[in-house]
Design a protein around this ligand. Structure first.
Ligand SMILES: [Fe+2]
Length: 276
Protein backbone atom coordinates (compact mmCIF):
# COMPACT_ATOMS: atom_id res chain seq x y z
CA UNK A 1 0.00 0.00 0.00
CA UNK A 2 1.26 3.47 -0.87
CA UNK A 3 0.37 6.21 1.58
CA UNK A 4 0.49 9.78 0.29
CA UNK A 5 2.48 12.07 2.59
CA UNK A 6 0.13 14.99 2.20
CA UNK A 7 1.71 17.31 4.76
CA UNK A 8 4.78 17.61 2.53
CA UNK A 9 2.68 19.25 -0.20
CA UNK A 10 4.70 17.16 -2.67
CA UNK A 11 3.83 13.98 -4.58
CA UNK A 12 5.63 11.71 -2.11
CA UNK A 13 4.36 8.31 -1.04
CA UNK A 14 5.39 5.78 1.57
CA UNK A 15 5.37 2.09 0.79
CA UNK A 16 3.85 0.84 4.03
CA UNK A 17 5.34 -2.65 3.61
CA UNK A 18 9.01 -1.63 3.54
CA UNK A 19 8.90 1.98 4.78
CA UNK A 20 10.58 3.35 1.64
CA UNK A 21 9.48 6.53 -0.14
CA UNK A 22 8.60 7.05 -3.77
CA UNK A 23 8.32 10.39 -5.57
CA UNK A 24 6.22 11.20 -8.62
CA UNK A 25 7.67 13.08 -11.56
CA UNK A 26 8.87 15.75 -11.91
CA UNK A 27 10.22 15.49 -8.34
CA UNK A 28 13.60 13.82 -7.89
CA UNK A 29 16.10 13.32 -5.09
CA UNK A 30 19.87 13.52 -5.38
CA UNK A 31 20.92 10.97 -2.79
CA UNK A 32 19.73 8.24 -0.45
CA UNK A 33 21.39 6.80 2.63
CA UNK A 34 20.20 4.34 5.23
CA UNK A 35 21.62 4.26 8.75
CA UNK A 36 21.57 0.84 10.31
CA UNK A 37 22.25 0.03 13.93
CA UNK A 38 25.81 -0.95 12.96
CA UNK A 39 26.33 2.69 11.83
CA UNK A 40 25.08 4.03 15.17
CA UNK A 41 26.88 1.96 17.77
CA UNK A 42 27.45 3.95 20.93
CA UNK A 43 24.60 6.39 20.31
CA UNK A 44 21.87 4.51 22.16
CA UNK A 45 21.76 3.88 25.87
CA UNK A 46 21.79 0.12 25.32
CA UNK A 47 21.90 -1.46 21.89
CA UNK A 48 22.87 -4.98 22.95
CA UNK A 49 20.58 -7.81 21.82
CA UNK A 50 19.71 -6.06 18.56
CA UNK A 51 20.31 -7.10 14.98
CA UNK A 52 23.29 -5.22 13.47
CA UNK A 53 21.45 -4.59 10.20
CA UNK A 54 18.32 -3.19 11.85
CA UNK A 55 17.34 -0.05 9.89
CA UNK A 56 17.16 3.06 12.08
CA UNK A 57 16.60 5.89 9.61
CA UNK A 58 16.63 6.72 5.91
CA UNK A 59 17.56 10.07 4.38
CA UNK A 60 16.48 11.30 0.94
CA UNK A 61 18.70 14.26 0.08
CA UNK A 62 18.10 17.17 -2.24
CA UNK A 63 14.44 16.59 -3.07
CA UNK A 64 13.12 19.08 -5.60
CA UNK A 65 11.26 19.75 -8.78
CA UNK A 66 14.13 20.47 -11.22
CA UNK A 67 12.18 23.58 -12.28
CA UNK A 68 13.02 24.99 -8.80
CA UNK A 69 16.72 24.15 -8.83
CA UNK A 70 17.67 27.77 -9.64
CA UNK A 71 15.79 28.93 -6.55
CA UNK A 72 17.52 26.41 -4.27
CA UNK A 73 20.92 27.31 -5.76
CA UNK A 74 20.34 31.03 -5.40
CA UNK A 75 19.65 30.74 -1.67
CA UNK A 76 22.04 27.81 -1.10
CA UNK A 77 19.28 25.78 0.53
CA UNK A 78 18.60 22.07 0.42
CA UNK A 79 15.40 20.19 1.21
CA UNK A 80 15.74 16.63 2.52
CA UNK A 81 13.35 14.09 4.00
CA UNK A 82 14.23 11.66 6.79
CA UNK A 83 12.22 8.60 7.81
CA UNK A 84 12.96 7.38 11.34
CA UNK A 85 11.71 3.82 11.62
CA UNK A 86 9.28 2.75 14.30
CA UNK A 87 10.35 0.53 17.17
CA UNK A 88 12.76 0.56 20.07
CA UNK A 89 16.43 -0.08 20.69
CA UNK A 90 16.46 -1.30 24.25
CA UNK A 91 13.68 0.86 25.71
CA UNK A 92 14.74 3.87 23.63
CA UNK A 93 12.88 5.13 20.56
CA UNK A 94 14.74 5.16 17.26
CA UNK A 95 16.37 8.49 16.46
CA UNK A 96 18.88 10.25 14.23
CA UNK A 97 22.54 10.36 15.24
CA UNK A 98 22.47 13.93 16.55
CA UNK A 99 24.99 16.66 15.72
CA UNK A 100 26.06 20.27 16.12
CA UNK A 101 26.06 22.68 13.18
CA UNK A 102 29.06 24.73 12.13
CA UNK A 103 29.62 28.35 13.19
CA UNK A 104 28.77 31.16 10.79
CA UNK A 105 31.51 33.26 9.19
CA UNK A 106 31.65 35.73 12.11
CA UNK A 107 31.64 32.95 14.73
CA UNK A 108 28.66 34.57 16.42
CA UNK A 109 26.14 31.72 15.97
CA UNK A 110 25.88 28.26 14.54
CA UNK A 111 23.49 27.87 11.64
CA UNK A 112 19.85 27.05 12.38
CA UNK A 113 17.65 24.66 10.39
CA UNK A 114 13.94 24.06 9.77
CA UNK A 115 12.36 20.70 10.56
CA UNK A 116 8.80 19.98 9.49
CA UNK A 117 6.97 16.89 10.70
CA UNK A 118 5.15 15.31 7.76
CA UNK A 119 3.87 12.11 9.33
CA UNK A 120 4.06 10.69 12.85
CA UNK A 121 5.28 12.60 15.92
CA UNK A 122 8.77 13.80 16.72
CA UNK A 123 10.58 14.67 19.90
CA UNK A 124 13.48 17.01 19.15
CA UNK A 125 16.23 17.15 21.75
CA UNK A 126 17.96 20.54 21.69
CA UNK A 127 21.16 21.03 23.61
CA UNK A 128 23.19 24.21 23.89
CA UNK A 129 26.94 23.70 24.33
CA UNK A 130 28.84 26.71 23.03
CA UNK A 131 32.27 25.19 23.49
CA UNK A 132 31.65 22.02 21.45
CA UNK A 133 34.37 23.05 18.98
CA UNK A 134 37.10 24.41 21.19
CA UNK A 135 37.42 22.11 24.17
CA UNK A 136 38.18 18.50 24.88
CA UNK A 137 34.85 16.72 25.02
CA UNK A 138 35.21 15.94 28.74
CA UNK A 139 34.81 19.68 29.46
CA UNK A 140 31.81 20.22 27.22
CA UNK A 141 29.55 22.69 28.97
CA UNK A 142 25.84 22.08 28.36
CA UNK A 143 23.96 25.22 29.37
CA UNK A 144 20.47 24.35 28.17
CA UNK A 145 18.59 21.13 27.39
CA UNK A 146 15.13 21.15 25.86
CA UNK A 147 12.77 18.43 24.62
CA UNK A 148 10.14 19.56 22.12
CA UNK A 149 7.29 17.39 20.89
CA UNK A 150 6.28 18.30 17.35
CA UNK A 151 3.20 16.87 15.65
CA UNK A 152 2.47 16.24 11.96
CA UNK A 153 1.77 19.53 10.20
CA UNK A 154 3.95 21.51 12.63
CA UNK A 155 7.49 22.75 12.12
CA UNK A 156 10.33 23.88 14.34
CA UNK A 157 13.33 26.08 13.76
CA UNK A 158 16.34 24.54 15.49
CA UNK A 159 17.80 27.58 17.23
CA UNK A 160 21.38 28.65 16.57
CA UNK A 161 23.96 27.10 18.94
CA UNK A 162 21.82 24.09 19.80
CA UNK A 163 22.98 20.57 18.98
CA UNK A 164 20.00 18.42 18.15
CA UNK A 165 18.66 15.01 17.33
CA UNK A 166 15.27 13.84 16.07
CA UNK A 167 13.55 11.08 18.00
CA UNK A 168 10.58 9.09 16.79
CA UNK A 169 7.98 10.00 19.42
CA UNK A 170 5.30 7.60 18.19
CA UNK A 171 4.65 3.97 17.32
CA UNK A 172 4.86 4.05 13.51
CA UNK A 173 7.43 5.70 11.28
CA UNK A 174 8.31 9.38 11.73
CA UNK A 175 8.70 11.34 8.49
CA UNK A 176 10.14 14.84 8.63
CA UNK A 177 11.72 17.28 6.20
CA UNK A 178 14.54 19.69 6.77
CA UNK A 179 15.39 22.90 4.99
CA UNK A 180 19.02 23.78 5.56
CA UNK A 181 21.75 26.16 4.39
CA UNK A 182 24.23 24.14 2.33
CA UNK A 183 27.49 25.85 3.47
CA UNK A 184 26.69 24.57 6.98
CA UNK A 185 28.62 21.45 7.99
CA UNK A 186 27.81 19.08 10.85
CA UNK A 187 29.85 17.71 13.74
CA UNK A 188 28.88 14.33 15.19
CA UNK A 189 31.91 13.68 17.40
CA UNK A 190 30.85 15.51 20.60
CA UNK A 191 27.53 13.60 20.55
CA UNK A 192 29.21 10.26 20.01
CA UNK A 193 31.62 10.87 22.89
CA UNK A 194 28.69 11.01 25.34
CA UNK A 195 26.67 8.22 23.71
CA UNK A 196 23.97 10.61 22.56
CA UNK A 197 22.62 14.00 23.55
CA UNK A 198 21.69 14.81 27.14
CA UNK A 199 18.27 13.14 27.10
CA UNK A 200 17.11 9.66 26.15
CA UNK A 201 13.51 9.24 24.97
CA UNK A 202 11.66 5.97 24.99
CA UNK A 203 8.56 4.04 25.81
CA UNK A 204 7.68 2.28 28.98
CA UNK A 205 4.26 0.71 29.44
CA UNK A 206 3.04 2.51 26.32
CA UNK A 207 4.03 5.97 27.59
CA UNK A 208 6.73 8.33 26.38
CA UNK A 209 9.53 8.50 28.92
CA UNK A 210 12.42 10.87 29.08
CA UNK A 211 15.56 10.57 31.16
CA UNK A 212 18.93 12.22 31.47
CA UNK A 213 21.95 10.69 29.80
CA UNK A 214 24.16 9.95 32.82
CA UNK A 215 27.34 9.98 30.73
CA UNK A 216 27.25 13.78 31.11
CA UNK A 217 28.48 14.95 34.50
CA UNK A 218 26.71 18.30 34.81
CA UNK A 219 23.50 18.61 32.88
CA UNK A 220 20.90 21.28 33.49
CA UNK A 221 17.34 20.23 34.23
CA UNK A 222 15.50 19.02 31.12
CA UNK A 223 13.03 21.68 29.99
CA UNK A 224 10.01 21.11 27.78
CA UNK A 225 8.49 23.20 25.02
CA UNK A 226 5.89 23.26 22.30
CA UNK A 227 6.35 24.97 18.97
CA UNK A 228 4.72 28.19 17.80
CA UNK A 229 4.23 29.53 14.29
CA UNK A 230 5.97 32.61 12.92
CA UNK A 231 4.63 33.79 9.58
CA UNK A 232 7.49 36.27 9.13
CA UNK A 233 9.93 33.36 9.20
CA UNK A 234 7.83 31.24 6.82
CA UNK A 235 6.58 28.85 9.50
CA UNK A 236 2.82 28.38 9.27
CA UNK A 237 1.42 25.10 10.58
CA UNK A 238 -0.27 22.85 8.04
CA UNK A 239 1.37 24.78 5.23
CA UNK A 240 4.18 22.75 3.66
CA UNK A 241 7.64 24.29 4.16
CA UNK A 242 8.56 23.54 0.54
CA UNK A 243 5.62 25.64 -0.57
CA UNK A 244 6.36 28.43 1.91
CA UNK A 245 9.92 28.61 0.62
CA UNK A 246 8.83 28.65 -3.03
CA UNK A 247 6.29 31.40 -2.40
CA UNK A 248 8.44 33.58 -0.15
CA UNK A 249 12.10 32.53 -0.11
CA UNK A 250 13.18 35.76 1.63
CA UNK A 251 11.31 34.68 4.78
CA UNK A 252 13.99 31.99 5.20
CA UNK A 253 16.84 34.52 5.23
CA UNK A 254 17.54 33.40 8.81
CA UNK A 255 18.99 30.10 7.57
CA UNK A 256 22.16 31.79 6.30
CA UNK A 257 22.01 35.01 8.34
CA UNK A 258 20.68 34.11 11.76
CA UNK A 259 21.97 36.82 14.09
CA UNK A 260 19.11 39.31 13.62
CA UNK A 261 16.57 36.53 14.18
CA UNK A 262 17.92 34.81 17.29
CA UNK A 263 15.33 36.18 19.69
CA UNK A 264 12.41 35.57 17.33
CA UNK A 265 13.52 31.96 16.89
CA UNK A 266 13.86 31.34 20.64
CA UNK A 267 10.42 32.90 21.15
CA UNK A 268 8.92 30.21 18.92
CA UNK A 269 9.62 27.70 21.70
CA UNK A 270 6.74 27.86 24.14
CA UNK A 271 8.05 26.57 27.49
CA UNK A 272 5.91 23.99 29.30
CA UNK A 273 6.09 22.15 32.61
CA UNK A 274 6.09 18.75 30.93
CA UNK A 275 6.31 17.07 27.53
CA UNK A 276 2.99 17.79 25.81
FE1 LIG B 1 20.94 19.47 11.85
Amino acid sequence: MLKELKNSGLPIYMNEENGLLALSAPFVYKGFAQKKLSDMHGLFKDDSNHWEDEPIYDVYRGILDPAHSGLFEKYKFQYDITVVRGGLIGNESKKTSGHYHSWNEMNTSTYPEVYEVISGTAVYILQRADNFKNTDFENLHVSDLIAVRVYAGQAIIIPPNYGHCSVNGGEGPLVFSNLAYTPCTVDYAPVKYYHGLGAYVGYKDGRLMIEKNRNYKNLPRIKYAQVKENKDLGIVFNKPVYRSFKENPEAFDFLGNVDPYREQIMNMLDRKEELV
